[in-house]
Design a protein around this ligand. Structure first.
Ligand SMILES: [Zn+2]
Length: 348
């Protein structure tokens, strides 16, 4: 049944085909050691390091064992930017901030109920739109109605950094937490969603396909737009480099599609993004493994669910808001039930 499509499944492959193909080049610094001069002419043992994609840049090594280091109280980003809206104040960098991830040795890991809403287009679909394109669209009036509902009923949009800290017992969540995600980086996100989010002081998380932006692809946000929104507290995280199917891919390809956009976004935003959205919701165990090695703290799928914990942090579920999602259904999606600030009553 067509309603079960995943993110952009029908529309994106054909458009992806229009992207100029990119020649793969090694991302490791080791790849620059191609011409090493020999010290003596008699030596035949020239050092010729071979590039192996298993060697990641040392700066990306995740600090999984660093559980004894308390996390610095770097919370001002989350709370201060939402209400004060400073103009053009760069977010503090997260690069030097290891998150003490819980280990089986006893660090607490909470499972919290936080609806992660998934949007794509925020615009009226074109007249010739097929059912898939239409289903990926939420018209601005409906989006405004949904955000108004959140604002008038005490909901607090948070980001994934808040979620990770809540799960690892580093931070309490606000009342009725939700996460607003937007896949693909469409231009209408800037033109239509951004002003509405600003109207309520809400922050969104936008998953970007960085080559679409680098190549100035029509219909997608520019780096100027992304930087402006980032300065106002919105989050930008990788949605891969070229939006491929990440299943059954070579290790080097996975690194190219994950580390590349992570570093590109870090360059433009001033902090290293730590969350990934699988293109069209497609991934496998190898993809999860590479994300973990690259220092990502979590990833979202197109599967449906509201509860999120540490063990499944690379498979967090979301809730798809559709073209024809009635407000009553939206209300059910974000309903916190009997949870208190995302936690079960007995966990508080
Ligand atoms: Zn997508």
């Amino acid at each position: 049944m067509w309603l079960a499509i995943s993110c952009g499944q029908a529309t994106e492959p054909e458009s992806v085909a229009q992207i100029p193909t990119t020649t793969f080049t090694a991302v490791s610094p080791l790849a620059t050691f191609t011409s090493v001069p020999t010290l003596t002419s008699t030596s035949t043992k020239t050092a010729t390091p071979t590039y192996t994609p298993t060697n990641l840049p040392p700066t990306q090594t995740p600090t999984l064992q660093n559980t004894s280091t308390p996390i610095p109280s770097n919370t001002p980003t989350a709370t201060a930017t939402q209400t004060i809206q400073p103009t053009n104040t760069p977010l503090p960098t997260f690069t030097a901030t290891p998150l003490p991830l819980p280990t089986p040795q006893g660090v607490i890991s909470w499972t919290v109920k936080v609806p992660i809403l998934m949007y794509h287009y925020i615009s009226v679909p074109p007249e010739n739109a097929d059912v898939y394109r239409t289903d990926l669209s939420v018209i601005p009036d409906a989006f405004l109605e949904q955000m108004t509902y959140l604002a008038e009923n005490g909901y607090n949009p948070i980001d994934f950094y808040d979620l990770s800290r809540a799960i690892t017992d580093q931070q309490e969540l606000p009342e009725k937490p939700v996460i607003l995600t937007f896949d693909d980086g469409y231009l209408d996100n800037y033109e239509n969603a951004y002003p509405i989010l600003e109207q309520f002081g809400f922050k969104g998380t936008f998953f970007i396909v960085t080559e679409f932006v680098d190549f100035g692809r029509e219909g997608y946000m520019s780096w100027e737009m992304i930087t402006e929104m980032g300065d106002n507290g919105h989050r930008f995280e990788p949605h891969s480099r070229t939006h491929p199917d990440l299943r059954n891919q070579e290790r080097a390809v996975l690194i190219w599609e994950m580390l590349g956009p992570q570093e590109t976004l870090a360059y433009h935003l001033g902090y290293t993004p730590r969350y990934f959205s699988y293109p069209s919701g497609r991934y496998d165990e190898d993809a999860i493994q590479i994300l973990d090695e690259l220092g990502f703290w979590g990833a979202v799928t197109t599967q449906s669910g509201k509860w999120h914990g540490f063990p499944e942090r690379f498979e967090w579920a979301r809730l798809r808001v559709r073209f024809n999602t009635p407000l009553a259904e939206f209300e059910d999606m974000v309903d916190p039930g009997d949870t208190i600030n995302g936690k079960r009553p007995e966990d508080n």
